[in-house]
Ligand binder design. Structure first.
Ligand SMILES: [Zn+2]
Ligand SMILES: [Zn+2]
Length: 138
């Protein structure tokens, strides 16, 4: 776990995260790939997050359980936020000096298109496994 600070491309939004988990997740779902043009490389940032320039953030509710936030000046994708817990997942690429980064999990592995694949050895979960896991948690 490490502390990290970053900002969007134009600098209107600054984000400070108290604890970033360096084991990150890659999401292959269609929403993530539509949003970012490719799979979403997401680090878990928990709820201890300080955001400056919040008035420059546009939120989009991409599902009944989460919203996505981006800078309305430069378009930088800032976070995926779970409604129930308030936890943030943020693009790993926004953080420049994180130590110990490791691709740990791939979500929606059954939705991964056949035009790319990663050689990293990771855990994987299919759509069915994810739905079962999260419905058990609630
Ligand atoms: Zn910006
Ligand atoms: Zn996704």
């Amino acid at each position: 776990m490490s502390n990290a600070k970053t900002n969007c491309l134009c600098g209107a939004v600054t984000i400070t995260v108290k604890e970033v988990d360096p084991k990150f997740t890659v999401c292959h779902c269609q929403s993530c790939r539509t949003w970012g043009g490719g799979p979403f490389f997401a680090v878990k940032c928990g709820t201890n997050v300080k955001i400056e320039g919040e008035d420059k953030i546009k939120m989009y509710e991409s599902s009944s359980w989460a919203s996505r936030g981006f800078c309305n000046e430069c378009g930088t994708h800032l976070f995926y936020k779970f409604k129930a817990t308030g936890e943030y997942n943020m693009p790993v690429g926004m953080f420049h000096n994180l130590k110990g980064l490791e691709m740990d999990m791939q979500y929606f592995s059954d939705m991964r298109p056949n035009y790319y694949c990663f050689s990293n050895a990771t855990k994987e979960m299919t759509t069915d496994e994810i739905m079962a896991y999260f419905s058990a948690e609630i």
